[in-house]
Design a protein around this ligand. Sequence first.
Ligand SMILES: NC(=O)CC[C@H](N)C(=O)O
Length: 391
Amino acid sequence: MSGWQETKATALLIFQDGTIVEGHGLGATGHAVGEVCFNTAITGYQEILTDLSYAGQIITFTFPHIGNIGANAEDVETVKMASAPGARGCVLKADITNPSNYRSAEHLNDWLKANNIIGISGVDTRALTAMIRDKGFANAIIAHNPEGNFDIDVLKAEAAKFAGLENLDLAKTVSTAQTYKWNEKTWQWDEGVSALENAEHHIVAIDYGAKSNILRCLVDENAAVTVVNAQTPAKDILALNPDGIFLSNGPGDPAATGEYAVPIIQELIESGLPIFGICLGHQLLGLALGAKTKKMHQGHHGANHPVQDLTTTKVEITSMNHGFAVDADTLPANVTETHKSLFDGSNCGLMVNDKPIFSVQYHPEASPGPHDSHYLFGRFMDNVKSHKQAA
Ligand SMILES: NC(=O)CC[C@H](N)C(=O)O
């Protein structure tokens, strides 16, 4: 195909190798480039689509029926102060049906449109997933035009310009511009979300693209949270008088983000304060301790990933979303690998032997996913309490 084409398709996914996938357009119109990854979770599509860690990515859902519970305002993982959106597009098997759920406030198609996310349905997502599994991450452009008019050459040229996520620092593009306070607890049945009034502890969270439910889980542990921009100097963070530091999840290549994040984290390590990191925060902590990170073949994106806690041999089923990983072979002598993926043996956790500092590659806050790993927030708060007592 070349030049302007009139197709029956109202959306296209064009890969950098020239492969064109046709389908039905959803959500926003226009086009967007990104790395295509697949997510195997069967629930929680709205949380996944609003996780800022997906900035720069187009998500293929392996579960065929996406949208059947609609969309609501509570299941949004993008914090209100975030400065840019998350996923650039989504790829679905079945067309979206009418929502059937008591929490639904709107049709997913309208929600996608309002949130400027382009979608394509009617795609053989099984074949697409097998392709990514075999060949690794692939970059593509997703395009939606209700009239079915696409300039294939222009779209291919746009797709070719995207160099992929490696070496790309996206955390600074999504991080909050202003410092803000967070006191909202996790969602409860029949109550929704409520605020914590008198917090016992104070956590400063460095925002690389934080998910709301992480902040809520910290508040559930009786902590008030102050969220700061990713480039806030360590001395300004320490001036806020935190009892502990949290390093958030986020998009892009940790090595690229590390340019500013690593020196800040190194200074915070020296302060002796308890530190807890999740996902990108884990990778950045690894870099700050002297380890290296690497790009994975297809990454881990789903809600059913088994992880072993090497300190107890217990297995947790975890929620995951990452395309980079800490190379366990590069961990320095004073750092212990604490968790491992049972799918591919990749590193999933670390701790500093002589300091109250640890982190995990997966998502204990779930949203979506199992709650097996929620105990990690308690472990962090135990470190905070012991550190305060010792002071
Ligand atoms: N969820 C995250 O924090 C993702 C971390 C990083 N951007 C990766 O893809 O590996």
